[in-house]
Design a protein around this ligand. Structure first.
Ligand code: ZN
Length: 207
């Protein structure tokens, strides 16, 4: 081998070593960026919890215990939004001990995946209950608006109130034709099949 070839080989070896170093550095950088994003996520979750459940008190800190469990749930694949949903669940429906203490620390909410998912489910159930409760009052509001739209209600042979339908406007100009049927806590159109939500939205647009 000539000395020139030996030199070339040495250069190639040196290059390979440098390339490996660059790769390792790039990997480290990526890792750091990921950690940075995760630290921001943990902080976001903590601040949301503190705002919602601790009145934003500056005396409540993000220490090792809380950071560790939030981090673990993110590692499980739960999103920041999942954890916020769980926090909402704890806001509505946390276990309250006999001594009146609410069990709603973020350390508990995020303690394991079972706890977290339980809190998410409680939030969802509470929202559904609330939607159910507000249905009759919504129907009552709707009835008042429809009386105005229809120029009064017409009571049919079964004692149910009938109105014009703002959704399909079937035979709108016929003062006698009333396809919209009201029962105690429900309303629907016999002509187009519209139900509470759609009728409510359409009536609100017209009002
Ligand atoms: Zn209709």
């Amino acid at each position: 081998m000539t000395s020139m070839m030996v030199d070339l080989e040495n250069v190639e070896v040196a290059l390979r070593v440098e390339r490996r170093k660059v790769k390792a550095l790039q990997k480290e950088l990526e890792q750091r960026q990921l950690q940075h994003v995760k630290a921001a996520d943990i902080e976001e979750v903590f601040l949301y919890w503190r705002q919602v459940l601790r009145g934003d008190s500056g005396r409540v800190k993000l220490g090792t215990k809380r950071r560790k469990v939030i981090s673990a749930r993110l590692d499980d694949g739960h999103t920041v939004q999942d954890i916020k949903d769980a926090i909402d669940g704890a806001t509505i429906d946390a276990f309250v001990g006999a001594n009146g203490v609410r069990h709603d620390d973020i350390e508990l909410i995020c303690r394991d995946e079972v706890k977290l998912e339980g809190f998410i489910a409680r939030g969802k159930a509470a929202r559904e209950r609330k939607a159910q409760e507000s249905l009759p009052s919504r129907v009552a509001t709707l009835r008042v608006a429809l009386e105005v739209l229809s120029g009064g209600a017409r009571i049919d042979d079964h004692g149910n109130a009938r109105f014009k339908c703002p959704c399909c406007r079937a035979y709108w100009d016929d003062p006698m034709y009333r396809p919209l049927l009201f029962t105690d806590d429900d309303v629907s159109c016999k002509e187009c099949g519209a139900e509470v939500e759609q009728i409510y939205t359409t009536t609100k647009e017209l009002a």
